[in-house]
Design a protein around this ligand. Sequence first.
Ligand SMILES: Nc1ncnc2c1ncn2[C@@H]1O[C@H](COP(=O)(O)OP(=O)(O)OP(=O)(O)O)[C@@H](O)[C@H]1O
Ligand SMILES: [Mg+2]
Length: 142
Amino acid sequence: MNKTVVCSQVEDTEKIGTEIAEYAQKEGYTFIALYGDLGVGKTALVRGFVAFYGDSHNVMSPTYNLVNVYGDIYHFDMYRISDEDDLYSIGFYDYDDGKNIIITEWSENIEYALPDRYLRVTIKKTENHENERVIEIKTVGK
Ligand SMILES: Nc1ncnc2c1ncn2[C@@H]1O[C@H](COP(=O)(O)OP(=O)(O)OP(=O)(O)O)[C@@H](O)[C@H]1O
Ligand SMILES: [Mg+2]
């Protein structure tokens, strides 16, 4: 999947999250790296992603506890991660076993730790409208 979509409200972004989950399951992607500035809608997208699995989880920003777990999905916020020691101390490498699903906010901070194959999702605000977002989805690796 290499596509760019425009979302005009938060529900659209959640829906894209659900579509990404469906695609990831179909194509066997277990790692989703999210990119984008503060408040752009990364956690909103994760809410839709998790909803695909049908369980009613309360998806919140893991900014303070760094990882939230919903079933087999590990939702990380890398905002405060500054080096690989930090990644080891939050157990990042233990969770990324190829079976669990990993979704990371602030992937900008962990470029060196990304796997060979993953979905790269970039969310940007636009100048058109306060609630408009451009979401780019790219496959990385084979
Ligand atoms: N089209 C949209 N898509 C996503 N969020 C939107 C959109 N329009 C408005 N919003 C609002 O933007 C905010 C996005 O918050 P969210 O916590 O998802 O951002 P975030 O990227 O995870 O931020 P952080 O970097 O702090 O973790 C919410 O308040 C949401 O209602
Ligand atoms: Mg967030």
